[in-house]
Design a protein around this ligand. Structure first.
Ligand code: SAM
Length: 341
């Protein structure tokens, strides 16, 4: 049995402070079912005065490829003996330059490292876990803001679908993506067009088609991003059923940026939104697909969020503790559920 030491990305400590190790342990445990080896003795250890996540197992090259995508991974070492670490080459999915993820900065953005954690946990809980490294999957974020989840999905080589009620966010996302693609000289098309339902304008749809290289473009290996500017609680007929392998959403925090209600006002509880949205969201997820949500437990209790998903026919997928403090008003938790296959 080999022993390993994972150095956490400095950004993990910035985002989660002293909770980074616990979240990384939970993420590693979530990867385990996708690996060819059991992972044991997960713990935090100080080596040379630096904290590492240590564990035992017998990692195959494919296992290393999986773990390379851990949101907290910075460097992996095999522990040769008590005092010697041998570097293990990480091979993360990285279809594009990392600034696709790191450039966007705006109020209300979900931290990109946390977004990757939430996406990973959801993918790993879904029937598509075995295709995470090489599948052309589709990720849906029905509260997509300016596209943090969508960009991470693109980075993984997947297609992405988003829904966002705020037209300014959709326009800002279009502008960012188009500017970025032009600067990187990547072939693409981007159109924002009205969508009509029963003769009336019901939404706007942003359609982006892009390829990571000229060769990919020639070979037809393109990726698609679709963003609907619409109310996520009124999606009838706007998206195809079963479009998504996974659904990932960071719910409005109920404080700084509340959820819009039907009258365009603010609704304090993200659970009001969740309750109205779930009947629209679940038909969009394929059987065997998974749903990953994060929200502020200071304004909405975990059991109530679970009840809404259970009532929708989903199974809750147990995780190690992921609750963490974001700031004074926000204590964030994560809920992962699966749609029966
Ligand atoms: C916590 S933010 C998500 C931010 C996003 N993950 C990002 O990094 O840009 C929640 C988003 O839900 C959107 N939203 C709230 N109510 C909505 C509704 N009824 N339909 C669609 N979007 C809604 C808000 O405008 C906000 O952009």
């Amino acid at each position: 049995m080999s022993r390993y030491a994972l150095l956490l990305a400095p950004s993990a400590n910035r985002v989660y402070a002293d909770q980074a190790g616990r979240l990384a342990s939970a993420e590693l445990a979530a990867f385990e079912p996708a690996l060819s080896t059991d992972v044991s003795d997960i713990s935090l250890a100080s080596i040379g005065g630096v904290e590492y996540l240590t564990f035992a197992g017998e990692l195959s090259p494919r296992d290393i490829s999986y773990l390379s995508n851990m949101s907290s991974a910075y460097a992996l070492f095999e522990r040769v003996d008590e005092h010697l670490l041998r570097p293990v080459m990480l091979t993360p999915l990285a279809r594009y330059d990392s600034d696709l993820i790191t450039i966007p900065k705006y109020a209300g953005k979900t931290n990109e490292q946390f977004t990757k954690l939430l996406l990973n946990l959801t993918l790993l809980a879904s029937a598509s876990a075995g295709r995470m490294l090489d599948g052309h999957l589709t990720v849906l974020d029905p509260l997509c803001g300016r596209g943090t989840t969508l960009n991470q999905a693109l980075m993984y080589g997947y297609d992405a679908v988003g829904v966002e009620i705020d037209g300014k966010d959709v326009e800002a996302y279009k502008l960012f993506l188009q500017t970025w693609l032009k600067r990187k000289r990547l072939k693409h098309t981007a159109d924002l067009v009205p969508v009509r339902r029963q003769g009336r304008r019901a939404a706007r749809r942003l359609e982006v088609t892009m390829a990571a290289s000229k060769d990919d473009h020639k070979a037809g290996a393109v990726q698609k991003v679709t963003v609907l500017q619409a109310d996520t609680t009124q999606l009838d007929g706007l998206l195809r059923g079963g479009v998504a392998d996974v659904l990932v959403a960071d719910l409005p925090y109920g404080i700084a940026h509340g959820s819009h209600d039907d009258r365009g006002g603010l609704s304090r509880s993200p659970l009001d939104l969740l309750e109205r949205a779930v009947p629209h969201w679940l038909p969009l997820v394929r059987p065997g697909g998974a749903v990953g949500l994060s929200w502020n437990v200071k304004v909405a209790r975990r059991e109530l969020a679970e009840d809404i998903l259970l009532a929708g026919g989903l199974e809750i997928v147990p995780q190690l503790s992921l609750e963490h403090r974001v700031d004074q008003g926000i204590e964030r938790d994560v809920l992962i559920a699966r749609k029966p296959g």
